[in-house]
Each structure stands twice: as C-alpha cells, then as structure tokens.
Ligand binder design. Structure first.
Ligand code: ADP
Ligand code: MG
Length: 264
C-alpha cells in the first residue's frame, strides 16, 4: 500500500483537469488508442480518487478492458498520458512495469488459477515469488485472506474441485494477495449466481475498507450500485459522464436509458 498520491510542482493556479489532482491515484489524460484502423479510445480523461471504488460501464466493445489493460502497461496508448501514483507509466519499459504491477492488481475475467496447485499454493505463489516473507508469515497471510473472504477451510482443495463461483472468488483473493494500492476488476461477477455475486461484492467492499482504490468494470447494474462510489460511462471513445448515479443520469438522459437497458 505504498503508492504516493500524485504531486505536481505547478502552482495551484495552474492546476486544471490537465494535471493529476492531489487526491488522484490514477489519472488518464487525453488517452487515444487505435487497433489498426479501428479507433477504440478517442480522448479518455478521468481520475480515480484515493480510496474510491469507481464503476466503469459502457457497451460491449466500448473499450473498458483496454482502459484496464493500459493501466498495467499491457496496451500502450497512441497519445496521451496515464499516471499511476504520480508516475507517468505509458512509456515505461517492461522492467519498470513489473513494479507498477505489484501496486496495481488486474483481476482477470476468468480467475486464471493454476490447476496443478492447491488453493493455498495459488495464493502463496506471488508472496513466495515477489517477497522475502518466510513461510510462517506467508501461511498466516494466506489463511487470513481466505478467512476474510469467507473461504476458510478450502485451502487444501484444487481448482478442479471448486465451483465456478468459488474459483472466481479464489482468483480474486489471489490477485490481491500482495496488498495492491489499486485493484482493477474486469466483470468479476459475470456469469455468477446471486450468492457468489454477493460474496464478490463483499470482497470488493472489504478491500475498499482496507484502503485500496479500485475500478470495477461491469454490466451487472445491481452489483455496480451496491459498491461503486462514482460511475464513469464510456461511450464513443470518451468518458461520456462521471459522477454518482444521480449525477450521471442528470448529465445525459441517455445514461439512464443505458442503465435501464432501454438503449445501447
Ligand atoms: N489486442 C487487440 N487487437 C485488436 N483489437 C483489439 C485488441 N484489444 C481490444 N480490441 C478491440 O478493441 C475494442 C474494445 O475492446 P475491449 O476493451 O475489450 O471492450 P470492452 O468494453 O467490451 O471491454 C473491441 O472492438 C476489440 O475488438
Ligand atoms: Mg471487456
């Protein structure tokens, strides 16, 4: 949890939306991205505030996952800047990106567990690889996290023995075991039953209470409204609206129709 809040040397008078705001952990500034001739992002500008859980919605193919992938350096913007903890990351080399990825956890859509490892070893893996913690401490951390997330007692099981919902929850627990400052959730409740959806929402709220900031990409409107502090709406390659539910619905009546499923 060591990411510094971004600081700028500019005078307060010069602080505009162009420079990261002091309470921003992540800032996109005029980010553009195309794949071949297909333009996905035209001009993406927004901030993720420290400690906030920001929902990110938009039609399928709007470019939500590309925003998350850009944040961990898996996609490079064609134009614009991406700040993480005050550091501009879009031109970083692969080696420096490894440091960013310890701070920013990307929770993959399918959980991506190692099939040949127990639940315990899946969670312990990153701690063994990336820290010098001894095995006793690792054991405490892993069992503590499983307990926090209502997964106690499952440490000896293998992924094949878990239900799909349980796999997703273990996958989420594994992604955040290094205690990242920022968590990126890419449709974590997609295809889950109400029970597992609720458990995932509880996990997101627990991590937020622990101080993590997060972006939550979803089509699951009940889950979105249950956990998000603010919501950003991606449309036509831009952040079309951002704010609380009331604010974004006021900013454009189309947003309400999109949320209600009456328009794409
Ligand atoms: N690596 C890639 N190569 C080519 N096209 C891509 C790549 N990644 C994403 N796209 C395209 O960019 C658009 C946005 O993708 P994505 O961010 O995955 O959408 P979503 O909002 O559904 O998450 C889609 O049209 C997708 O086909
Ligand atoms: Mg996606």
């Amino acid at each position: 949890m060591a990411l510094e809040t971004s600081t700028t040397k500019s005078s307060p008078a010069r602080k505009t939306a162009e420079t990261p705001q002091p309470d921003a952990v992540v800032s996109f500034r005029h980010v553009a991205k195309s794949f071949g001739t297909k333009r996905v992002h035209s001009d993406i500008t927004f901030d993720l505030r420290r400690g906030e859980l920001l929902g990110l919605i938009g039609g399928s193919g709007a470019g939500k996952s590309v925003i998350l992938r850009s944040l961990v350096g898996l996609e490079k913007p064609d134009h614009g800047e991406i700040f993480v903890g005050g550091q501009e990351i879009s031109k970083l080399k692969e080696l420096d990106l490894i440091e960013i990825r310890k701070q920013v956890a990307y929770v993959f859509q399918n959980g991506a567990l190692f099939d040949s490892m127990s639940v315990f070893d899946n969670l312990a893996y990153a701690l063994r690889e990336h820290t010098t913690l001894d095995e006793e401490v690792i054991r405490g951390r892993v069992l503590g996290r499983l307990k926090d997330f209502g997964l106690a007692g499952n440490e000896g099981l293998f992924p094949a023995n878990l239900s799909g919902g349980m796999q997703k929850r273990v996958g989420l627990a594994r992604s955040i075991i290094l205690q990242p400052s920022v968590v990126l959730y890419d449709e974590p409740t997609a295809g889950l039953d109400p029970y597992n959806t609720k458990r995932i929402c509880d996990m997101m709220l627990k991590l937020k209470a622990d101080g993590a900031s997060a972006i939550f990409v979803t089509h699951d409107m009940p889950a979105l409204f249950a956990v998000a502090d603010r919501i950003a709406v991606l449309k036509n390659g831009r952040i079309h609206a951002i704010g609380t539910r009331e604010e974004i619905e006021q900013q454009d009546p189309w947003v309400r129709r999109f949320i209600d499923g009456d328009e794409l």
